[in-house]
Design a protein around this ligand. Structure first.
Ligand code: FAD
Ligand code: NAD
Length: 452
């Protein structure tokens, strides 16, 4: 039986980051993937959705830029570009790339078959390793809606089917109100579907500042999306080629497709972890601050349940690779940006005002309307919009959170992300000199409003 330095189980962005770093350091590595090398992100999640959202965004920007007409959207062409971006669901080049770099590529579902040393079984083959990295991602949560089992794949989608869609449904019902629901609702509405969103929570994007949820709801209304808040789908029934969904608030929604966007759960079962003495925390693989589960066993990405983002999976991948290679690295999640690639972009980092108060922080907040205080929104669009909010700790004189709803917020939220992560004093931030005319200038105005 072959012995390796490390086996990486699951080749999404988390697993790929670890494998790449260990291979660069000359380690003997096997990578295991049961579906496509690149993971959910590359084929079914981040890449297709961001690709499909971009053309409608450009169209909107053109429509509000003086002297330009609203361009026509060619769906087959956009879909064709999406297909190229997701490599036509073909990872043979990725497999070849890893083999060329000296990695063993094992195709199939991995199972831990023993420990001391770690022993893995994949499609009837076994190997042992000093290190096993579990990077198996997450899967969609299926809510207990009566009648859901009677729907087939043509009428019941998860984000996977939505992100790889061929034809835009005439009517879509999106169940949920988080990142997946909002991005899909906007992209479907902007490519021609009549979209309804049914969200159980009282706000959209309910992990964020409630004000951000209001702004997102206003935007979806502009896009023609009907949003039901504080509502659940009680039951569904087939009717002809479509579906009728009964709402718990009374009334019903007729749709061609129902998309489940009700959260994701870490995918750690069936790996033989419990048999190896590892107890899961809920569905998540519990890791310490070095992303270690046990000596020689590591967890990376969505499976850890820490924060389900590609950038977090990649960060944890860097942390694990450093620790395996002997450079102790402790993970710190204080400045993780959370972006929705809607138009305008929606971004948050750090704590909401409520979370800060619950932690006993003497909290100061600010909210600025960007067109009121800046030149940039006006040079950018004839329909200038945008809001920036800040959350500060008065005693420490630092930012603990920020949120924004504005063009390009995905980029400039990183100013706040760095400030929160590094604890940059507000007096230093106030003495910074942001470029004129940019959205970044909003920080100076909002920081002054804090009065800290
Ligand atoms: C619609 C949608 C849009 C998103 N957009 C963004 C975005 O814009 N930005 C962002 O940061 N995040 C986004 N996310 C979240 C992002 O996709 C995940 O956080 C990211 O993919 C996690 O990476 P990972 O490496 O942990 O797992 P994954 O990408 O899920 O990869 C895990 C891999 O492990 C494999 N695997 C699982 N079990 C086994 C096994 N037993 N044996 C072998 N292989 C196995 C799977 O086949 C898969 O390829 C989005 C998510 C969704 C659903
Ligand atoms: N741009 C990005 O970075 C991006 C994009 C998409 C997804 N993601 C990540 O993927 C993960 C999953 O996203 P998500 O939006 O599926 O999950 P989520 O947990 O963020 O949101 C789920 C939402 O669905 C609602 N909900 C749950 N059950 C419901 C029910 N039965 N009926 C109606 N509403 C219900 C909840 O109130 C919640 O608002 C998140 O961690 C997210 O960060 C990131």
């Amino acid at each position: 039986m072959e012995h390796l330095d490390a086996v990486v189980v699951g080749m999404g962005p988390g697993g790929e980051t670890v494998a790449d770093r260990l291979l660069r350091a000359g380690r003997r590595v096997a990578v295991v993937e049961e579906n496509l090398i690149g993971g959910e992100c590359a084929y079914y999640a981040c890449i297709p959705t961001k690709t499909l959202l971009r053309s409608p965004e450009v169209r909107e920007e053109a429509a509000t830029a003086p002297g330009l007409d609203r361009p026509r959207l060619d769906w087959p062409e956009l879909r064709g570009h999406r297909d190229e971006m997701i490599r036509h669901l073909d990872d043979s080049a990725q497999e070849r790339g890893y083999r060329d770099r000296g990695a063993q590529v094992l195709r199939g579902r991995a199972r831990i078959a023993g420990r001391d040393p770690w022993r893995l079984e994949v499609a009837g083959r076994e190997c042992t390793a000093d290190h096993v990295v579990v990077a198996t991602g997450s899967e969609p949560v299926r809510p207990p809606i009566e009648g859901l089992d009677t729907l087939d794949a043509s009428t019941l989608w998860t984000s996977r089917e939505a992100a790889t869609l061929t034809d835009v449904p005439r009517r879509t019902l999106v169940v949920g109100g988080g990142a997946v629901a909002v991005e899909l609702a906007q992209l479907l509405a902007r490519t021609g579907s009549a979209v309804t969103v049914v969200q159980r929570g009282e706000h959209l994007v309910d992990r964020e500042e409630p004000r951000l949820g209001e702004l997102v709801a206003e935007q979806l209304a502009r896009d023609g999306v009907t949003v039901h808040l504080g509502t659940e789908v009680a039951s569904v029934e087939r009717e002809g080629s479509g579906v009728v969904a009964a709402l718990d608030s009374g009334g019903c929604v007729e749709t061609d497709v129902l998309v489940l966007a009700t959260g994701r759960r870490p995918r750690a079962d069936g790996l033989g972890l419990e048999e190896a003495g590892v107890e899961l925390e809920g569905a998540a693989l519990p890791v310490d601050r070095h992303c270690r589960v046990r000596p020689g066993l590591w967890g990376v990405g969505d499976v850890t349940g820490v924060s389900m983002f590609t950038h977090v999976a990649k960060y944890q991948g860097r942390v694990v690779a450093d620790n395996i290679l002997g450079a102790a690295h402790t993970a710190d999640y204080t400045g993780v940006p959370r972006v929705l690639f809607t138009f305008p972009e929606t971004a948050g980092v750090g704590l909401t005002a409520r979370q800060a108060q619950e932690r006993g922080i003497d909290t100061a907040t600010a909210e600025v309307d960007l067109p009121e205080v800046l030149a940039r929104p006006w040079t950018h669009s004839t329909d200038p919009r945008g809001t920036l909010g800040l959350v500060a700790d008065r005693d420490r004189g630092v930012l603990v959170g920020a949120w924004a709803f504005a063009p390009q917020a995905a980029e400039w939220i990183h100013t706040a992300a760095l400030a929160v992560r590094a604890g940059i004093p507000i007096r230093v931030l106030l003495d910074a000199i942001p470029q004129f005319p940019t959205f970044n200038e909003a920080y100076t105005v909002a920081l002054e409003q804090l009065g800290v």
